[in-house]
Design a protein around this ligand. Structure first.
Ligand code: FE2
Length: 329
């Protein structure tokens, strides 16, 4: 296991802290519970070979509590203030706030909370850390302006692991459920190629008992969405991303999709740091473990694996913009 990346001590240009936020206090703002059930990737139809290189075989958890009543109040207040910074994140999501942890200290401290990270590591059965790219921390989705539009269309995430938390009160909403498909990505792609969405009898509609409750997700493997609202209402969710602290695991990121989404002032610096961090640790293990008797093919394989994230980052940066992948138009 390796040490996680520290949150940057400086902030990008143009990002100011929200004034007068309540200071995050885990004793006051957290009330972490356990989900009543979990599903594995095998339950969703994935074969063992699909799961090689992944940090965990967990697919999704039942709802569990993260925030206390007071924590949920402060979270909602901060999210409402961050609404001023919404932008169209992609053709997938109309209204999202990225980089909120550079604006809200409360959101930053919640997303970096060691208590929550420990709870997520328990759920995943593997040591994880908050994602090394802070644009993936505290992602906020807000309801779209067009009622019939999905809040976030069917997709799998650009990051490996996350939780999706209700920030606004789910009891006040008609529709707008967080839903996931009990199936594989390739099944979802097959359906999409025939112009179909996941069938209702294979879709789980999450029922959150209140704000501050979340579901844990293997977001890169589980196809999910924020369904359309049936009536206008305030719908805010927060997604916090995690990644494995064992760099032997795959990257499981589609950072290239973010070129169309994130502020370039922030994105490229975070992207470079992320892959440099992983490659540094992978190279260290090559340095430590390369055995006498290693042949050329073995040596090449070790080195290629160590720098694969760096190589693909360079290729992706050169290739540039692409529309964020998802399963419907
Ligand atoms: Fe997602």
């Amino acid at each position: 296991m390796i040490a996680p990346v520290d949150f940057p001590s400086s902030r990008p240009q143009g990002y100011e802290w929200l004034p007068d936020e309540e200071v995050f206090d885990p004793e006051v703002h957290l009330d972490i519970g356990e989900p009543e059930f979990v599903h594995t990737l095998a339950d969703f139809g994935y074969a063992p070979s699909d799961c090689e290189g992944l940090a965990t075989d967990l697919a999704a958890t039942g709802p569990f509590r993260i925030l206390s009543d007071r924590g949920a109040e402060v979270m909602l207040d901060s999210a409402r203030r961050l609404r001023a910074f919404t932008r169209r994140a992609s053709t997938r999501v109309e209204n999202a706030v990225r980089g909120g942890c550079y604006r809200s200290r409360f959101l930053r401290d919640l997303c970096l909370s060691p208590d929550v990270t420990a709870a997520m590591s328990r759920l995943y059965g593997a040591p994880v850390a908050p994602h090394a790219m802070p644009v993936h921390l505290g992602h906020l989705n807000f309801e779209p302006t067009v009622l019939t539009e999905a809040v976030d269309k069917w997709h799998h995430d650009t990051i490996p692991l996350d939780y999706v938390m209700m920030v606004s009160d789910p009891a006040l909403l008609k529709g707008g459920h967080f839903e996931y498909f009990v199936g594989t990505k390739s099944e979802a792609a097959d359906l999409a190629s025939r112009g179909q969405r996941p069938p209702l009898d294979r879709v789980v509609r999450c029922e959150f008992p209140g704000p501050g409750w979340a579901v844990g997700l293997h977001g890169n493997m589980v196809v999910h969405r924020g369904a359309p609202l049936d009536e206008p209402g305030e719908r805010i969710t927060m997604v916090n991303a995690y990644e494995s602290l064992d760099v032997a695991h795959d990257l499981q990121c589609r950072t290239r999709d973010l070129i169309a989404v994130d502020d370039h002032e922030v994105l490229f610096a975070e992207w470079v740091r992320h892959v440099a961090w992983r490659a540094r640790h992978r190279l260290e293990s090559v340095e430590r473990e390369a055995p006498f008797g290693l042949n050329a093919d073995g040596a090449i394989a070790m080195l290629e694996r160590a720098v694969e994230d760096v190589r693909s980052a360079i290729d992706d940066m050169r290739a540039g913009y692409r529309e964020s992948e998802h399963y419907e138009q």
